[in-house]
Design a protein around this ligand. Structure first.
Ligand code: UDP
Length: 370
C-alpha cells in the first residue's frame, strides 16, 4: 500500500498546544495525511494540561527538560530532538511560535534535511532582547523554514523585509482565534457579576518581566485592588521567578485572588468576565481584543502591534504609576473603555487552521504525488 505523507507536529509549551490544535484538527478531518505529535518536554506539566484540554495526546514525549534550563539549552534540546524526529521520518515538521522548542526542532529537522513549516511566522518586536529568547528564535526559524504561515499582513511584510520568498508565505490569520472560538462555543454565556465589583484579569510570565518589572506590576495590582470596587484575578505561572515574588507581594491582599494556572476554558471564561485584561502574554494579547476586552500590555515593546494600532490595546510597560493611571482611566471613563472594547480583532477570523492545513496538503501533494 502507498504510504501516506507524514507530518510531524512538534510542541513544547502551553501556547503551542493551544495554537497548534486547530491545525491538527484541520489536518485530521480525513486520513489522507498521517499526523503525529511530538512533545519536547520543555514545559511538561502546562503542556499536558493544555493538550488534554484540546483532546490531543503526544505520540512521542521526550523527558522533561530541567526547569529554567531550556532557554540556555537550545542546542542540547536540538541534540535530543534529532533522533526523535529522524525516527518519525516525516515529510515535513510543523512548528508554532517562538519557544526554545521551536528553534531547537527547526535546527534538528533542518540538519536532517527535513522541511520545516512555521505557524505564526513573521512576528517581530525588532529587539533581539525583548522578548528574549523568543525574538531570536523567530528570526532563526524564518531562515530555515520552507513554508511560513504569517498571521497578519504585517507579519508577512516583516518576512519579506528579511528576504523570504513571497511564494513561501501564506497569510492565514492566527490559530489562537480558531482555538478561542472553539472554547467560546463550548462555554455557557458569561453571567454578569453580582457583587458590583469589576474584574481585572492579570497574567505575567515573560523572562523580561522577572525582577523589578514584576515587582512594579505587583505594586500596581496592590494599588488597584485598594480602590475597593475591583477584584483582581491572577492565575500565577508556576515558574519560580514568577510564582515566588507574586505570592510574596500579593498573597492575602484584599481584593486580589491568586490561583494556579487555569485550563484554557477557565482562562477564556475569566477573560469574558473581565472588565480589563492586563498581560505580558503573547497569546492573551491576541485573544482579549477578540472578546472585546480592553487590553493593557505590560511590556515595553510588542511583536503584536496590530492591536495597539487599531486602538484595542495599549502598551503600558512595567511602570507602576503608568499601569495604575491607565487602568484607572479605563475603570473611571466609560467612553475610553468603550472605545477599546470594540471587539475589532486584527489577529484572525477563526479559519487559520483550515488555511494552514490546505497549504500543507498542497505542498505535500506537489512533493509526494500519489
Ligand atoms: N492561558 C491558559 N491559562 C492560564 C494563562 C494563559 O490557558 O492560566 C492561555 C492563554 O489563554 C493563551 C495561552 O495560554 O491561549 C498563552 O500562553 P502564555 O501566556 O503561557 O504564553 P505566550 O502566549 O506569552 O507565549
Amino acid at each position: 500500500m502507498q504510504q501516506r505523507p507524514r507530518i510531524l507536529v512538534v510542541v513544547g509549551t502551553r501556547p503551542e498546544a493551544i495554537k497548534m490544535a486547530p491545525v491538527v484538527a484541520a489536518l485530521r478531518v480525513d486520513d489522507a495525511v498521517d499526523v503525529r505529535l511530538l512533545a519536547t518536554g520543555q514545559h511538561q506539566e502546562l503542556l499536558r494540561t493544555a493538550l488534554a484540554g484540546v483532546g490531543l495526546r503526544p505520540d512521542v514525549e521526550l523527558p522533561s527538560t530541567r526547569p529554567g534550563a531550556a532557554a540556555a539549552d537550545r542546542a542540547a534540546l536540538a541534540v535530543a530532538l534529532r533522533p526523535a524526529i529522524a525516527a518519525q521520518a516525516p515529510d515535513i515538521v510543523v512548528l508554532q511560535g517562538d519557544t526554545t522548542s521551536v528553534a531547537a526542532a527547526a535546527a534538528a529537522a533542518h540538519g536532517l534535511g527535513i522541511a520545516v513549516a512555521h505557524v505564526e511566522a513573521g512576528l517581530r518586536s525588532g529587539d533581539l532582547l525583548q522578548p528574549f529568547p523568543e525574538e531570536q528564535n523567530r528570526v532563526y526559524v524564518a531562515t530555515v523554514a520552507t513554508l511560513h504561515f504569517a498571521p497578519t499582513a504585517l507579519a508577512r511584510a516583516n518576512l519579506l523585509r528579511e528576504g523570504v520568498d513571497p511564494a513561501a508565505i501564506h497569510v492565514t490569520g492566527n490559530t489562537s482565534i480558531d482555538a478561542l472560538h472553539a472554547v467560546v462555543a463550548r462555554l455557557e454565556p458569561p453571567s454578569p457579576r453580582t457583587d458590583g465589583r469589576r474584574l481585572l484579569l492579570v497574567t505575567a510570565h515573560r523572562r523580561e518581566s522577572f525582577g523589578a518589572p514584576l515587582a512594579a506590576i505587583c505594586a500596581a495590582v496592590r494599588r488597584l485592588a485598594a480602590r475597593g470596587d475591583v477584584e483582581v484575578l491572577w492565575p500565577v505561572h508556576p515558574n519560580p521567578a514568577v510564582h515566588g515574588p507574586v505570592r510574596a507581594a500579593l498573597a492575602g491582599v484584599a481584593g486580589v485572588t491568586l490561583c494556579p494556572p487555569l485550563d484554557h476554558a477557565g482562562l477564556v471564561a475569566a477573560m469574558q468576565q473581565a472588565a480589563i485584561v492586563l498581560t505580558d502574554s503573547g497569546g492573551v494579547q491576541e485573544e482579549a481584543p477578540s472578546l472585546g476586552k480592553p487590553l493593557l500590555v505590560l511590556r515595553e515593546v510588542t511583536e503584536r502591534p496590530e492591536g495597539v494600532a487599531c486602538g484595542v490595546a495599549r502598551l503600558v510597560g512595567c511602570d507602576a504609576d503608568r499601569i495604575v493611571a491607565e487602568a484607572n482611566r479605563l475603570l473611571d471613563d466609560p467612553a475610553v473603555c468603550a472605545a477599546m472594547a470594540s471587539g475589532a480583532s486584527p489577529y484572525g477570523d477563526g479559519r487559520a487552521g483550515a488555511r494552514i492545513a490546505a497549504a500543507l496538503r498542497a505542498w505535500l501533494a506537489a512533493r509526494c504525488p500519489p
